[in-house]
Design a protein around this ligand. Sequence first.
Ligand code: DGL
Length: 279
Amino acid sequence: MDDRPIGVFDSGVGGLTVVKELHAQLPQEDIVYFGDTARVPYGSKSVPVIRRFSLEITRFLESQRVKLVVIACNTASALALDFLRRQTALPIIGVIEPGVRAAFRQQDARTIGVIGTQATIRSEAYQSRLQRLRQGCRVFAKPCPLLVPIVEENLIHAPIAALALEMYLQEFLSLDLDALILACTHYPLLKDAIGKYLGKNVRLIDSAEETAREVAEVLQSRRLEGTPNRIGLEEFYVSDSPEAFMKIGEPFLGRPMKQVFLEHVWKRDFGLSPDGAPF
Ligand code: DGL
């Protein structure tokens, strides 16, 4: 048995959708979460910057003695997963492979939409994996950059959310989609509105459930599982304003957050070179 915590990180609050699912499937596990609220969004940043930030956070999680790291951010998973795997001996799990698996899990999906940040869509991480897994499937990918600030500003039920969804999703209406992958950890909070707009024939995929399943499998196969029946504790670290994080984050998590701390990861000495890690 291994009662060290699971480390989870995101550019902000979005990764809490994954924490919620981890807690549901693995209630015995402790979780240390890092939300980079001072530097969100990652979706409009360049690859070296996203990798640098992801590495700093991974070093911080290592300093918290985590046993595994979950990149609960599609942008960082798309652009930093392989890089991080070369930088640390810890098992690292991203959300993209689980999201792709979830798309094919229940039905024979042939026409699939993918929405995410600019960086995620530009990386083609989803498009290439979907087509590799199922040759001949049609993939329509679209960046939806305004959806993250709408969620971060808690405007999910405001008219601007409906307007933005119409602007981004209108072109999907005529495509006869089987499924739409919500390739951003913020988007599950807009799931109801997206579902209403696209109709019930389009299955909405969010990778949180499948990601938690993969974490459970890795813990089991590497004999890293926590003691059964214990009650896992959660600690949350943010790089700016714990109060704002709690206010926005609680709807993601679906319950109150107790332990939220401020942590400026970039001020820590992780032995990285001043102008960045060797990419
Ligand atoms: N959480 C990020 C993701 O899943 C989106 C927010 C951002 O742009 O940083 O891609």
